[in-house]
Design a protein around this ligand. Sequence first.
Ligand code: 2IT
Length: 445
Amino acid sequence: MDVKKILADVTAKNPGQELFLQAVTEVLESIEDFVAKNKKYDKYKIVERIVEPDRIFQFKVEWVDDKGNININRGYRVQFNNAIGPYKGGLRFHPTVTLDTLKFLGFEQTFKNSLTTLPMGGGKGGSDFDPKGKSDNEIMRFCQAFMTELYKYIGPDTDVPAGDIGVGGREIGFLYGMYKKLARENTGVLTGKGAGWGGSILRPEATGFGGVYFVDNMLKAQKKKLKGMTIALSGFGNVAWGAALKATELGAKVVCISGPDGYIYDEEGMNAKKIDYMLELRDSNNNVVEPFAKKFPSAKFIKGKKPWEAKVDIAMPCAIQNELDAKDAKQLIKNGCKLVCEVSNMGCTADAIHELQKASVAFAPGKAANAGGVGVSGLEMSQNAGHISWTEEEVDKRLHGMMDSIHDNCIKYGKEKNGYINYVKGANIAGFIKVADSMIELGVC
Ligand code: 2IT
């Protein structure tokens, strides 16, 4: 495979799509040697085919706000690759969402879903709608307008969306309510549903829990223990909440969370009250973390800064792509941080990853470490298809099993001669193999 040529073609075909190119570059560079040794992938042009999304839908979403003004947003669904199962992936509502964002996320999702061990293809969707400051009724009207278009393209065996940034349990409720009405069926076409109407126990917690199980595995590989470690998380939404909950339960001390306005440093660490308050903050739709410091006296608010300047053992980006750059990585290394685990999708810039790997800091990419979210979505699909529901113990056991298997695969394909585990390489190769081999078996179609 000629990586330079393929990347030049992808760049020419997708002008200005920097995020998509960043995601593709990372994967192609890390699978290059593996593909060179396995000639079948070249013969079937798998790499050239895997970087091209199957199809993309873009639609207009019109809705009326509480003041009676008409608003126009853009909606999208990218169906990236369904070689191993129905398209599966979240919906992101955030003002920065463009087609570029959703192509990068759909591409990442294809590899991530392959890693989960479950039969799910990769997809992603969303809108540039900004939930900040919107009333519940405005959010409901937007979700209903969005689904009026989206429902044409999805189905329980075709494409199964879920939440992502800006889309949590409330939004999934409004979206599913409208889907049900339009499609006249009660199938599990969305995951992240409420427990009373087809949702899986532990789906809200799954991304964060899975991230912490993955960190635990990374530490075990270094013969270290999570108990007593200090952790900086970014974000305060669903992912950071789940991570804070599990890390605290396992005896680690979460000292930082953050928002677009700055970060919180709390030397006493999180407790049940503080973790519950994160949910309240998220539901307030204000997207600021400062109120946390007003409520808890041990918490300090550091305005306009990122949590990566704090001295911690472990950093877990849980907010958005490229939230940790080379400068942040250098600061973490200088402060003695020994492990960085992305729980957001592509949370670190390429330069940041390079700095961390150069300094032999253990680094896990989001597509491995945050796969527990979509993994439990897959379990929700299984429960819906079988009209059954599993207990918390059952779901947690399966989630744990998936995270262990992803970690094993990262070691299998990513362990270097000097013993350093290159999780980026391991995850990309393991994710690639299953999709690529399936594409060969399925023929050129
Ligand atoms: O990035 C992700 O894996 C998600 N937003 C979850 C996707 C899903 O289908 O549960």
